[in-house]
Design a protein around this ligand. Structure first.
Ligand code: GRF
Length: 208
């Protein structure tokens, strides 16, 4: 059987996307395997998910500056990933902008999931921004990570309707269902070598 691509997930919070990716990779036919969780938050719910699924985890102190990561923490994460032969890094609710060594080592091999249809509603609270703006449709986007905030080339988007009675919570829950399908799908395509980035566009080639 072909060797599977090793994946590291970076998460700061609940970890439901980490769990969705890890569950997808329980199937040996899935071309990628989640091997490592890295978090900046020792309280992250993702840690107990990792423990219950027998996935290694590491807590890396990223420094006191909110939303940003120290050069040392970036170097440490790059080192953790390289040591395990990680071929793809997935950000899943990681609340810091990736830069430094991790960024340079994994540019083009790092994905993020955002809870809005980019390029609308980048940054924090994408669901709240969409609701307040009054859009009829929102959704989620899986994209490659570049130096900006939610600006990298788009791999997959899934849309959901916004209903009159929606609250931030109900809209977020509807979007999250799509996130859990979209992220494993994007990882599968990447691991199969089916994604080609040309400028801002990502071309998808399904396996025959
Ligand atoms: C998700 O909505 C994701 O799109 C955003 O952060 C949230 C993380 O949720 N980037 P979880 O920790 O995966 O449950």
């Amino acid at each position: 059987m072909k060797e599977r691509m090793e994946v590291a997930v970076l998460a700061s919070g609940t970890g439901s996307n980490f769990e969705a990716l890890s569950r997808a990779s329980l199937d040996e036919r899935f071309p990628a395997a989640v091997r490592l969780l890295i978090t900046d938050n020792p309280e992250a719910g993702a840690i107990s998910i990792a423990e219950s699924m027998g996935i290694e985890h590491a807590v890396v102190d990223c420094g006191a500056k909110r939303g940003s990561m120290s050069p040392e923490s970036s170097a440490r994460m790059a080192q953790l990933c390289a040591a395990r032969g990680v071929g793809l890094v997935c950000l899943a609710g990681f609340m810091r902008i990736v830069k430094g060594e991790l960024m340079s080592a994994y540019q083009g091999r790092m994905l993020n999931i955002h809870p809005a249809l980019l390029p609308s509603f980048r940054g924090l609270d994408g669901q709240k921004q969409a609701l307040e703006y009054g859009v009829r449709w929102s959704g989620c986007t899986v994209h490659f990570v570049d130096e900006g905030v939610d600006t990298g080339p788009i791999v997959i988007q899934r849309a959901v309707p916004v209903r009159d009675e929606d609250t931030v919570e109900s809209l977020s829950a509807r979007i999250l269902v799509e996130e859990h399908a979209a992220y494993p799908e994007a990882v599968r395509l990447f691991a199969e070598g089916g994604l080609r980035i040309v400028g801002r566009r990502v071309f998808i080639r399904e396996r025959a």
